[in-house]
Design a protein around this ligand. Structure first.
Ligand code: TRP
Ligand code: SF4
Length: 326
């Protein structure tokens, strides 16, 4: 069994794209590997520190939705990052040996700095984001970390930090491998990538009625004007949904679309049925958990306890390797 670490930032209610891109993969990994999954609320602060008013609520929502999707606290260690303070200490210690140049050449950082009209986001915390992520991963001696394209450079920095630590202090950190996850393109209602910030997402806190309405309003192939026009499923958000939530029928739908054998209204209805069957139970289960915050808090506390036991061991080794204490 491999040890796997992954985090989800508490951006608010997760959406179908988050499921398809990341969480579906967690659900597969939890069956065969030894997984640490956490709600990355410290990470959220690296960009979201100006307004923390929703952070507490969003952390609960994401935790509830992960549980509702089937992340199983009996199979994995599921916790909230800030409940295990060792992440902060480890991040601080790792930052001592991390050259600023490694952080400045991180593409995520460069992108943001180039496009940023908000100078207040030029913080030490944001620059240091990859070190925090390294702490999350190295803490549990992960063998592997699932990464999409956007996170791959961060994992590379994690590996470099681990090597440097081990070289400097005869350390005991494990260099994690990347599990490259193939990107799942899921476009939202307006045809752009489904994203919370674009306001085009179908989220798990949407009611089943809202979900149906959002699918009804989703743009399709813009070149398909009349019912008799053949469509191009590859440019259509609705077809993205079929691929993930109606995989068995997707080839047939593709053919019907390309031959004008199905109308967009009917096509949407067919995928809406499948999405409803998937979404409604997750929606309801997460609502139920959110209505019982004490239960949610208990689950988080159990997870933090399991994580903290491992984190304490790693930090004892790290402090010793760095000659801390007397
Ligand atoms: N940075 C990741 C994201 O934005 C979240 C994350 C934090 C993470 N720590 C991690 C992912 C450790 C994998 C491993 O999505
Ligand atoms: Fe999209 Fe379906 Fe219409 Fe084709 S038939 S354009 S896949 S909604």
């Amino acid at each position: 069994m491999k040890t796997i670490v992954s985090g989800a930032r508490p951006t608010g209610s997760l959406h179908l794209g988050n499921y398809a891109g990341a969480i579906a993969n967690w659900l597969r990994l939890q069956e065969t590997e030894h997984c640490y999954f956490f709600v990355a609320n410290y990470h959220m602060l690296t960009t979201g520190f100006l307004d923390v008013s929703q952070l507490h609520e969003n952390t609960g929502i994401v935790l509830a939705e992960l549980l509702a999707m089937g992340v199983d606290p009996d199979k994995v260690t599921l916790f909230v990052q800030s409940d295990v303070r060792e992440h902060a200490e480890f991040c601080m210690l790792l930052s001592m040996l991390t050259p600023v140049s490694w952080l400045e050449r991180n593409p995520t950082y460069k992108d943001l700095m180039d496009n940023l009209d908000q100078p207040e986001l030029r913080t030490a915390g944001f620059l240091n984001y990859p070190v925090l992520m390294a702490a999350d991963i190295l803490m549990y001696k992960a063998d592997a970390v699932p990464v999409g394209q956007d996170q791959a450079p961060h994992l590379e920095i994690t590996r470099e930090i681990a090597r440097r630590f081990n070289h400097l202090y005869d350390g005991v950190l494990r260099e994690p491998q990347a599990i490259h996850i193939s990107p799942v393109l899921m476009r939202g209602m307006d045809g752009r990538k489904m994203s919370k910030s674009y306001g085009n997402a179908i989220s798990f806190q949407d009611t089943p009625e809202t979900v149906r309405e959002k699918i009804r309003l989703t743009v399709t192939d813009p070149a398909r004007v009349r019912r008799n026009d053949p469509g191009n499923p590859d440019v259509c958000s609705v077809f993205d949904l079929h691929k993930v939530f109606n995989p068995d029928e997707a080839p047939e739908i593709r053919h019907l679309c390309q031959t004008a054998g199905i109308g967009c209204v009917e096509c949407k209805k067919r995928v809406a049925e499948k999405i409803a069957a998937f979404h409604t139970p997750i929606h309801e289960k997460s609502r139920e958990l959110l209505a019982h915050p004490a239960r949610l808090a208990d689950i988080a506390a159990d997870g933090a306890k399991k994580a903290a036991a491992v984190a304490a061991d790693t930090m004892a080794e790290v402090r010793e390797a760095m000659n801390l204490g007397i």
